[in-house]
Design a protein around this ligand. Structure first.
Ligand code: ZN
Length: 193
């Protein structure tokens, strides 16, 4: 058994299961759990012991794994493309960069309300896309861009790879003059990636 002074671990890096104190002395707060009257850390983080309120907490060092959920707004890069669907490598959920890699599938029926002829008029491999998760059955993230805030954020010329500029309903390459089509978001080119 350690002495009471050794248990005042404010600011110390702790790991799950590390002893923080006893309930006779402290009030367990966030990031902790109690077993047999002893307070332990639940997460990897910095222990904080408030000597006035007697609360002991642990502030997580790494945020919990963020996975896309239904209706999450995600940002990803278009990968493999077919005429009626594309795969999207999701790298951000909301404002959180992801630690894991999630793959989304974006089907032609989820682009917009109006009929779309081919996915090549919507997005192309390499494009950066903002979309909404509409289903996550079996960890397959189905994406939709049925909103003016959703769609391609950055598109690249398929001839010369330069970033395309929106021009009315089409996209134009300022470098080579190539005209292409995309379903681009209203704030196209403004999102910081
Ligand atoms: Zn070009």
């Amino acid at each position: 058994m350690s002495s009471k002074t050794q248990e005042h671990k404010s600011g110390k890096l702790v790991i799950p299961g590390e002893r923080l104190g006893v309930i006779e002395e402290f009030i367990p707060n966030s990031g902790t759990y109690v077993k047999d009257g002893i307070i332990f850390s639940q997460v990897i983080g910095r222990a904080l012991v408030d000597l006035i309120s007697k609360k002991v907490s642990v502030y997580p060092l790494v945020s919990e794994l963020i996975a896309p959920k239904i209706s999450s707004i995600v940002i990803g890069q278009v990968g493999n493309a077919q005429s009626d669907n594309v795969l999207v490598r999701i790298f951000r959920v909301g404002s959180n960069a992801l630690s894991g890699v999630f793959t989304g599938i974006f089907h032609i029926s989820d682009v917009q309300e109006r009929y779309v002829n081919s996915m090549s008029d919507v997005c192309k491999p390499g494009d950066i896309l903002r979309a909404k998760v509409i289903s996550n059955k079996n960890k397959v993230y189905h994406l939709s861009t049925k909103d003016s805030g959703l769609g391609v954020l950055y598109a690249f010329c398929s001839r010369c790879s330069h970033v395309l500029e929106p021009k009315r309903y089409d996209m134009r390459c300022p470098n080579c003059g190539n005209i292409e089509r995309r379903k681009f978001a209203l704030d196209y080119g403004k999102e910081k990636i």
